[in-house]
Unconditional design. Structure first.
Ligand SMILES: C[S@@+](CC[C@H](N)C(=O)[O-])C[C@H]1O[C@@H](n2cnc3c(N)ncnc32)[C@H](O)[C@@H]1O
Length: 272
């Protein structure tokens, strides 16, 4: 009977599943995601011996621990160290050199996934610190996925993430990570500056304003209504003059926000 789970994902059930994904994550899926949803949720139904998607959705709607498991399964947590080189060139060669080193720099890695972005930021801040003793910085990484955050806090990486990091920034890897076979672990000197926490971008974040916000490769998952809502929340968290960094496929120009376009992927809030 359980092997029939896939067959039971009728058009109506798929619609209900898509609505459930949107309710808990804000993510907009369409019917083309049917295979993806079945691939991710099917094994869970089998593990719980739940015979239908309708019953599984009832379990999620009941609001217990399964809600977080569901969120973890429907989110895509792909990321890399120093993803999109142009962005890192900007931070290293433009943003940091213009930063008043007497001020504490606050950075938000929003939709941090497994943490590589937050640690990449910490490495560049450490380099800046070497040239400006006394410089202080704080990095906050947030995500809606508990499993991604667990990996981020552990700061241990293997596979493609490490291979790409080794190829692009071998010196930073050697300087700020400990290697054990094929696995690397981020050093405590970086970890002490990086704090990870659970947060849904559609909601208000309870934190002091940030000077730099990384909001990359997450707006693409939302429809325009939710993109606007996320940006509203993000703008509230930006200090005057703060920079917002988006992913390569993302633009907010058509959403008509108060943020100014600066250069590819980068927007800023007025300084006043
Ligand atoms: C593709 S990853 C992007 C990771 C990183 N920002 C990057 O660009 O490499 C997208 C992340 O957005 C997170 N996400 C999806 N919906 C979210 C929401 N409503 N609130 C917070 N995070 C969300 C997912 O859990 C996932 O880790």
């Amino acid at each position: 009977m359980l092997a029939d789970c896939e067959a039971q994902l009728s058009e109506r059930t798929l619609e209900a599943l898509i609505a459930l994904v949107r309710q808990y994550t804000g993510i907009a899926m369409n019917e083309r995601k049917s295979v993806l949803l079945q691939g991710r949720l099917g094994p869970r139904l089998r593990a719980l011996a739940i015979p239908s998607y309708e019953q599984y959705m009832a379990l999620v709607r009941a609001g217990g621990a399964e809600v977080q498991v569901f969120i973890d399964m429907v989110t895509t947590n792909d990321t890399l160290f120093f993803r999109t080189p142009a962005v890192w060139d900007y931070i290293e060669r433009d943003f940091l050199p213009h930063w008043d080193a007497a001020r504490c720099l606050r950075i938000w890695s929003a939709a941090a996934a497994t943490g590589e972005e937050a640690y990449s930021l910490a490495m560049l801040c450490e380099q800046f610190l070497q040239r400006h003793p006394g410089f202080r910085y704080q990095i906050v990484g947030t995500d809606i996925s508990a499993t991604a955050l667990e990996a981020a806090r552990a700061g241990q990486y293997e596979g493609r993430s490490v291979e790409r990091f080794q190829a692009s920034h071998p010196q930073l890897l050697a300087r700020y990570c400990r290697r054990s076979g094929t696995r690397i672990t981020v050093n405590p000197e970086l970890k002490q500056h990086v704090q990870f926490g659970s947060h849904n971008l559609l909601r208000k974040l309870d934190a002091a304003p940030f000077d730099l916000v990384m909001l990359r490769n997450v707006l693409i998952y939302f429809d325009e209504t939710n993109q606007r809502q996320v940006l509203e929340q993000v703008q509230r968290q930006m200090a005057p003059g703060a920079r917002l960094v988006l992913g390569e496929q993302e633009s907010i120009t058509r959403l008509g926000t108060a943020l100014q376009y600066q250069q590819a992927h980068i927007y800023h809030r007025d300084a006043a």
